[in-house]
Design a protein around this ligand. Sequence first.
Ligand code: G3P
Length: 217
Amino acid sequence: MKFFVDTANVAEIRRINEMGIVDGVTTNPTIVAREGRDFETVIKEICSIVDGPVSAEVTGLTAHDMVTEARSISKWSNNVVIKIPMTMEGLKAVKILSKEGIKTNVTLIFSVSQGLMAMKAGATIISPFVGRLEDIGVDAYQLIADLRHIIDFYGYETEIIAASIRSVQQLEKVTKLGAHIATIPDSLFEKMSSHILTTQGIEQFMKDWETFEKREK
Ligand code: G3P
């Protein structure tokens, strides 16, 4: 199971990366816009911090525009992956890019058929959005399980990134269902690492140790 950080905030990426459990980064236009910095500068900086794949999304809507943008972005760094929206034009672009050896992450996946089409086009990664499916009352976990089953059954090389993860429970569920990767907002790492019984346990250990030390003196 790989952990990606879902942010374009360089300070947060550095902070989380120090734990040594970050395998990559994902961004999208919303996330990059939030930083108010130049797209190319931010992506290049992230690629220099993290060894693993860094997803950068195209904004063109035609296959031609997506491919043109993707070719240019792919030159920014060896570890950049081109994020392409799940549309018919997007699929055309993915097919062309995969033939050129450019890695792609097909994003905004909400159904089995969308995932399957992206796999067939040669997507390196597909990004089903868990939180947004749950927002509209759809079983996102069945989708993750189905996509994983299809990959294994038919032998596709595509990996699943469970995206739009907002809670520890969501993260734990997609892990158990076989998502290859989860992309996680930086704020969630703190919550994932803590448990009330861990906090209480440390407090108790420290208290007992102080009592023991005082008695020994
Ligand atoms: O990875 C996709 C993610 O950034 C979307 O998350 O919370 O906006 O649905 P959210």
